[in-house]
Design a protein around this ligand. Structure first.
Ligand code: COA
Length: 258
């Protein structure tokens, strides 16, 4: 069905693999468009509980936006491109179902931005992160200037953006950019194990955690009010009743997503 992605669904986990290994999985227009379709599928298919985004091959997660599309672009086209990228990555960030980036190699430019828009990042030991747009006379345009500051702080973010230097997986872990660093063969199993745990929780509570955490970095919202609202909504769910009764009855909760 997809031309630039591989998509599989197993045990509620939707694995989206960006599949242009000969171009280090660079994000061209087709990939962005298909990522949008895959995210729509994720939103509407009740069998999908959570997702993994990764890259094809051993070398790259995503080595950035496809630079070959930039040559003829002036300001108007550049803005249109960044708008499309920002919208796609907002869709990932605001997904009600959790998404883990499995960073299996280079995560540069739009690749680092893609990983940062996911809810959790797990890196293989050979992963490298960077925002090298400055080498092209550009800056990150898919939300990277904002999310990198949120994730690792302004000083470190500016060092990466101004120098274009890459950081290795160990440094990314030390910066707090990734949650875990594992050997390449453990990358997908680690993400799957974590998602199996998350998938066993109440889906509406999972969605509410994402919504409230995202509000922390949205200047248009009062995060504490978003939290209050989400907390009280959870109290009205059957899954809250099930969770509390199961705890009090010393049995395992069986959540149904209502
Ligand atoms: N856009 C388009 N094509 C890209 C790309 C990108 N962002 N990144 C890599 N590719 C292509 C290369 O052009 C090459 O294609 P070719 O075989 O048809 O010539 C192929 O992927 C392999 O890349 P190559 O540069 O030969 O691999 P390498 O191991 O020597 O270097 C990188 C790896 C990641 C250091 C290097 O590819 C690179 O710097 N890429 C650009 C990173 C970047 O600036 N990203 C931000 C974009 S805004």
């Amino acid at each position: 069905m997809y031309k630039t992605l591989l998509a599989t669904l197993e045990n509620g986990i939707f694995t989206i693999t960006i599949n242009r290994p000969d171009k280090l999985n660079a994000l061209n227009k087709d990939v962005l468009a298909e990522l949008n379709l895959a995210l729509d599928e994720m939103g509407t298919n009740p069998a999908i509980q959570s997702a993994i985004i990764t890259g094809s091959g051993q070398k790259a997660f995503v080595a950035g936006a496809d630079i070959s599309e930039f040559n003829d672009y002036a300001a108007t086209e550049g803005k249109k491109l960044a708008n499309a990228g920002q919208d796609t990555f907002f869709k990932i960030e605001n997904s009600r179902k959790p998404i883990i980036a499995c960073v299996n190699g280079f995560a540069l430019g739009g690749g680092c931005e893609l990983a940062m828009s996911c809810h959790i990042r797990i890196a293989s030991a050979n992963a490298k992160f960077g925002q090298p747009e400055v080498n092209l006379g550009l800056i990150p345009g898919y939300g990277g200037t904002q999310r990198l500051v949120q994730h690792i702080g302004k000083g470190r973010a500016l060092e990466m953006m101004l120098s274009g230097n890459m950081v290795d997986a160990a440094t990314a872990y030390q910066y707090g950019l990734v949650n875990h660093v594992v050997e390449p063969e453990a990358l997908l199993p680690t993400a799957i194990a974590l998602l199996q745990t998350i998938n066993s929780k109440a889906p509406l509570a999972v969605a509410a955690c994402i919504e409230a955490a995202n509000a922390a970095h949205n200047p248009a919202l009062n995060g504490y009010e978003v939290e209050l609202d989400a907390f009280s909504r959870c109290f009205a769910t059957a899954d809250k009743q099930e969770g509390v009764e199961a705890f009090l009855g010393k049995r395992k909760a069986m959540f149904r997503g209502g």
